[in-house]
Ligand binder design. Structure first.
Ligand code: MN
Length: 223
């Protein structure tokens, strides 16, 4: 089980709506070759996208300043950050001023991934190269995250799209804006406007996540 010490040390949970995690339910589900990912658009001091893969009971996380790309000629800098609790994947809202990561968080994309490459996910991470295929609402197909050998801080990776049927050489991240959870854009989340569609959940444990805006509707398909 990954350690969430750094995540919890950086935050005051009486001052931020982010989930403290891990919730008891997070001891499951059992690890398998298919698991979940989430990308959160984060309008903080600097806008970036947080790419997170559920591995070993936590969300392995990278901050991608320019956002992910389906263009295989883009190599997007991805700075690894602290592991986040699984429940964070359902978090969308405002982190108040004065708190770590203050700003607005949108669930920009989410779905499942299959591991590719050799070895399990932790082995691939340790090697500094992990290959996986995403099945999200916006991101699809095969990707790699490759750690930069000359990274000064040791936390810089590149996120690269492999050439496959999901490739889009005309990719523009801004053309795919909006929350897959609530349909809202950053400004609407910042103003705490109501969801534009029913919130749907991927897993029951997300019921423990911080989401006060709407009752979940399990039978509403994700659009
Ligand atoms: Mn962030």
């Amino acid at each position: 089980m990954a350690k969430l010490d750094e995540y919890q040390r950086k935050r005051r949970f009486d001052r931020t709506p982010e989930p403290a995690g891990p919730a008891p339910a997070e001891k499951g589900p059992e690890p398998s070759s298919e698991n979940t990912f989430v990308v959160q658009k984060h309008a903080a001091r600097r806008l970036h996208y947080d790419f997170r893969l559920a591995i070993d009971g936590a969300l392995k996380s990278w901050a991608v300043p320019k956002g992910p790309s389906l263009n295989s000629s883009d190599k997007r800098l991805a700075v690894q950050t602290e592991d986040h609790p699984l429940a964070y994947g359902g978090f969308e809202g405002k982190i108040p001023e004065g708190n770590y990561g203050a700003g607005t968080v949108m669930v920009w994309d989410r779905g499942t991934f299959f591991l590719e490459g050799n070895g399990d996910a932790l082995q691939q991470l340790a090697k500094g190269e992990i290959k996986f295929s995403l099945n999200g609402e916006k991101l699809r197909g095969s990707f790699a995250l490759v750690k930069l050998k000359n990274s000064e801080k040791g936390n810089e990776w590149l996120m690269i799209k492999h050439k496959d049927a999901s490739e889009d050489s005309a990719w523009n991240v801004d053309a795919h804006d909006g929350s897959v959870l609530t349909g809202r854009v950053i400004e609407e989340i910042a103003q705490e406007l109501p969801p534009k569609r029913s919130v749907s959940l991927l897993y029951p444990y997300e019921l423990d996540g911080a989401r006060k805006s709407a009752m979940p509707s399990r039978f509403e398909p994700m659009l």
